[in-house]
Design a protein around this ligand. Structure first.
Ligand code: MG
Length: 392
């Protein structure tokens, strides 16, 4: 919300997935953003952390998907004399974030479970600060038309789409020649297929520049995360896949860039701190000063290189899933998530992840019409396929 002069005077926000990494950082941002009112908090199961959040933010609603967590929270909220209404279950967790006072919902759900909430927030006319990649990776074909119909904004939270979005401000989208999507290359950059055949889970979990959850860290090591982001950029900005070029940039200083048809490139840079990006999503199109991390460019060396797509096959698999259309991206995501879980559990090797995803994509038969049911069914098929191949 802005005043008559266009100044930021705060917003009512809902945080779906408030106890995860993005959720907690969103609340740190909200805390220092004057006038911002946290109206609703939703989480999957961490009722204990949510109780602490309720004490600080005093939201109107707090919802826990997990029943026993919700019951515990309800008792604690009453015992503490707090006025927050505690809600139970997934449907209520979504409803909480569609409350009238909410202007923007941060969707920080993990995985494909974020798609239904995204569609519901849009249908209720809420602007969306989207941290849940899967909403667009598997559901872009549904989500984008709905967002257009509802006239709401989808604001990126992740560093790469945020950089692209910021580099597009004030420029004509028609003059974009290509998007330069940067990737750190992960912990295994420069390694050969032979090296990769024996890498361990703990080596794969060592991301060189960003601190993130387990799955996304493994997805960064395989470059699948970059494949997902390519699909995300395609839907978010309506840019064809062939105009999205992945560039390896080990320092993660350039978060991504936009190249225009007159040869000018505008790059988005910053410290590796999500809070700066979350804040922009919440205050867009206004900028508000803050005390978060700053990047000092002096003394920084930047390098860029081509991705090694012969060794790291996930990137090409993502382009091919997007090209195949239909629910292939759902198979890409579902098979990858299942394979990454098996790798983390020590059941398969690192290279088996890309092999299993590739096999799932080529064995998938139904390139059906994209509907919510078909997306979910393709996802289930892909997970079952991968698990059956490994566990039998
Ligand atoms: Mg990213």
């Amino acid at each position: 919300m802005t005043d008559a002069l266009g100044g930021f005077i705060g917003k009512g926000i809902g945080v779906y997935g408030s106890t995860g990494s993005i959720g907690t950082q969103t609340l740190e941002v909200a805390r220092q953003l004057k006038g911002t009112k946290v109206v609703a908090l939703s989480c999957k199961s961490n009722a204990k952390l949510m109780l602490e959040q309720i004490k600080i933010f005093k939201p109107k609603y707090a919802a826990v998907i997990d029943e026993s967590g919700a019951e515990w929270l309800e008792r604690r909220v009453k015992a503490n004399g707090l006025k927050t209404e505690v809600l139970h279950g997934e449907r209520e967790a979504i409803n909480a974030c569609t409350a009238e006072e909410i202007e923007i919902v941060v969707n920080a759900a993990v995985g494909i479970a974020g798609l239904v909430p995204t569609l519901q927030f849009i249908k209720n006319g809420k602007d969306l600060a989207l941290a849940n990649k899967e909403s667009l990776v598997v559901g872009g074909r549904l989500v984008i038309p709905e967002a257009k119909k509802a006239g709401i904004k989808i604001l990126p939270v992740d560093s790469e789409p945020s950089a692209v979005f910021q580099c597009m401000q004030g420029n004509d989208k028609g003059s974009i020649e290509r998007l330069l999507l940067t990737a750190s290359g992960g912990p295994f950059r420069g390694k050969s297929t032979k090296d990769l055949s024996s890498v361990t889970v703990s080596e794969a979990l060592k991301h060189p520049t960003w601190k993130m959850g387990k799955r996304i860290t493994i997805d960064s090591a395989t470059l699948m995360n970059k494949g997902f982001e390519m699909i995300e950029l395609h839907w978010m900005f309506d840019i064809p896949a062939e105009k999205i070029k992945v560039v390896i940039h080990p320092q993660s200083i350039v978060h991504s860039a936009v190249q225009y048809n007159d040869g000018n490139i505008i790059a988005g840079m910053g410290a590796t701190d999500m809070k700066v990006l979350i804040q922009y999503a919440l205050t867009y199109p206004i900028r508000i000063p803050n005390k978060f991390a700053r990047l000092d460019l002096a003394g920084q060396a930047l390098s860029f290189e081509e991705p090694d797509t012969d060794t790291f096959k996930c990137l090409d698999l993502a382009y091919s899933a997007l090209r195949s259309g239909g629910t292939y991206p759902s198979v890409l995501n579902g098979s990858d998530e299942a394979a990454v879980q098996l790798f983390i559990n020590g059941k398969i090797g690192f290279l088996d992840i890309q092999r299993l995803v590739s096999e799932a994509l080529s064995d998938f038969k139904g390139n059906k019409e994209v509907s919510l049911e078909n997306i979910m069914e393709s996802d289930r098929w892909a997970r079952a396929y991968v698990n059956a191949k490994v566990i039998g």
